[in-house]
Design a protein around this ligand. Sequence first.
Ligand SMILES: NC(=O)c1ccc[n+]([C@@H]2O[C@H](COP(=O)([O-])OP(=O)(O)OC[C@H]3O[C@@H](n4cnc5c(N)ncnc54)[C@H](O)[C@@H]3O)[C@@H](O)[C@H]2O)c1
Length: 246
Amino acid sequence: MFTLEGKTAIVTGAAGGIGAACAYAYARHKIGGMVLTDVRQENLEKTAAKIEAETGVKSVCVAVDLRKEEADKALAAEAKQKLGKIDILLNCAGVSRRGSLYDVTEEQWNFTFDINVKGLFFICREVYKIMESQGGGVIINLASQAARSGGIVVTPDYPSSKAAVLTLTKSLAKAGASKQIRVNTVAPGLIATEMTSDFGYDPGTVPLGRIGTGEDVAGACLFLASDYASYITGACIDVNGGIAMI
Ligand SMILES: NC(=O)c1ccc[n+]([C@@H]2O[C@H](COP(=O)([O-])OP(=O)(O)OC[C@H]3O[C@@H](n4cnc5c(N)ncnc54)[C@H](O)[C@@H]3O)[C@@H](O)[C@H]2O)c1
């Protein structure tokens, strides 16, 4: 039986479409404990309440803006204290915007990189330290098909930031391998969430004939978090309905 029994996780971006679906999937597969985090406290608590009502798994909600290193340090410390250990870090927090290259201000460029790359790096590093002291763990970072294709309707800061996530993940995987810390990326294609609600994609352009769901992405995040993926590190799983086959 596919299970996360006895394991604990931090899920960032857990108030969002993919993060919530992943947290729900982890709970359905018997995770021992979770810290759910997002900048949107109200939505976060709704996610946790729904998961508890449907699976019985209670989560700790921590509202944090991940862009600051100090906030990442505090989050990792609180998660360790509440969960006792951290086996899985799933990074789903992220931002993107529809638009053209002329819509990118310096402020927007920095905002995108601050959350998608800088915040992700610092929370990874804080949790990595804890995993190193525990003798291992799993980190999963959400990149995007846009990292390879350059994106379709989003402003160029977004695919650039996700390309950084792909490379950063490999750097962390190299550093972590001898410490039994596995680090992988999941690269979704077109997934129906709040982030993409104004993108207007045509399902007919997807070889599998439909836009993806958070649950589609959760499958890959569940597999990578599990012991079934124990020999996989530095890899990227594409969840894109066949839009790109690399
Ligand atoms: N939806 C897609 O088609 C798609 C495709 C490729 C990659 N992705 C990636 O998957 C991840 C999840 O996306 P989603 O579709 O669930 O989007 P979403 O907008 O539904 O969720 C993203 C979550 O991140 C949170 N967040 C944003 N800034 C934050 C900050 N500073 N601190 C803490 N939390 C913050 C948001 O509040 C939100 O709940 C993102 O990294 C996204 O780039 C999504």
